[in-house]
Design a protein around this ligand. Structure first.
Ligand code: AN7
Length: 346
């Protein structure tokens, strides 16, 4: 078995108990894709860490394998999360794998259709809340206090433990840490996790975190009551890991900046059509940010030469956005010359 899950790869650097079982779907070891095209535009060597290649199609699996393994080790029977979609899909899959019950609370009508399909088919109880993600998170925090059910949002410390392995992989693969990391920020768990992973390896790359302009509390400095963005995964107004994320970004001499929905969709379309990589809109915020803001540094610091943009989730999660952006299908008669015209005409 050449490829193994990340607990087997990195167990000595994770804080699981010795007797915890391993609940794995062989997550991690995701592609690090060079992009000369994007590198030219950004003015540095840019690699894409394609987290859409994880078993449920997002980086959440890194945290979920560790959180669900620990939950199983503690003997709980059920797991719960609030989610903008990807955590729900991952939670549902790992609960199924572990033989636990799963419940997910999502903002009604606001999660991508692929994520909903995943959560349902894996057998989780899917609750559509008439409220937003921040409301859902508040409610599941209370529920997990009241009932013997494990909360597996990124407020769970084992989620962060698992997700820090993304940084380990980058260092393993590049031979050293990149000079900078560009990453979308929603609830601010992943940027916190990467920083922990880098710090444990003695590295301090510049962190560039990007939020959607309509859901950018870390940029404006105050919670957003009614967050809005086409990047539904990061439609979050009050990040749970606010202070830790800000402290990581500041210590790294980086910054959190906003990108508009138009910039996100442009980057999303560009990545698919010019780079060959199909990520979901929220993921494209990392590249949108690099294109919109460049590589700002604290005065006197060197310009980053090697940059990794984390593409957090797969484009197939959200076919509606892709179909809305792409050109129309060409309908055609069952006839050679008709097909010829359809294929070759301008
Ligand atoms: C594709 O699934 O919060 O800053 O409930 O799905 O660690 O929250 C998803 C977040 C970036 C932001 N990209 O990461 C959820 C959820 C994608 C995401 C983020 C999410 P954090």
């Amino acid at each position: 078995m050449p490829e193994r899950g990340l607990i087997e790869r990195y167990r000595d650097r994770l804080n699981l108990e010795p007797d915890d079982p391993i609940v794995s779907l062989q997550e991690g070891t995701t592609p690090l894709i060079p992009s000369p095209h994007l590198s030219n535009r950004v003015g540095a060597e840019v690699f894409l860490k394609f987290e859409g290649a994880n078993p449920t199609g997002s980086f959440k699996d890194r945290g979920m394998t560790v959180a669900v393994s620990r939950a199983k080790g503690r003997g709980v029977q059920a797991v719960i999360c609030a989610s903008t979609g990807n955590t729900a899909a991952s939670c549902a899959a790992y609960a199924a794998r572990a033989g636990l019950r799963g419940a997910v609370i999502v903002p009604e009508g606001k999660i991508a259709i692929g994520k909903l399909a995943q959560a349902l088919i894996h057998g989780a109880r899917v609750v559509a809340l008439k409220g937003n993600f921040d409301d859902a998170l508040r409610i599941v925090r209370e529920l997990s206090q009241k009932h013997p059910i494990e909360l597996v949002n990124s407020v769970n410390p084992y989620r962060i433990e698992g997700q820090k392995t993304g940084a380990f992989e980058l260092i393993d693969e590049l031979g050293k840490a990149p000079d900078a990391l560009a990453i979308p920020v929603g609830n601010a768990g992943n940027v916190t996790a990467y920083w922990r992973g880098f710090q444990e390896m003695g590295a301090s790359p510049i962190l560039y975190g990007f939020q959607a302009a309509g859901a950018a509390p870390l940029v404006t400095g105050k919670p957003v009551e009614k967050p809005e963005t086409i990047a539904s995964a990061i439609r979050i107004g009050n990040p749970a890991r606010w202070e830790e994320a800000m402290s990581a970004v500041t210590t790294s001499r980086g910054r959190i900046a906003a990108v508009t929905d138009a910039q996100i969709i442009d980057a999303y379309h560009y990545l698919a059509s010019c780079v060959g990589v199909f990520c979901e809109p929220a993921s494209a915020a990392s590249v949108a940010g690099l294109l919109a803001h460049g590589l700002p540094t604290v005065e006197g610091d060197p310009k980053p030469e090697t940059v990794v943009a984390v593409l957090t989730g797969h484009g197939l999660k959200d076919p509606d956005t892709a179909l809305g952006k792409a050109p129309a299908v060409i309908s055609c008669e069952n006839d050679l010359s008709a097909v010829e015209r359809a294929v070759f005409s301008d």
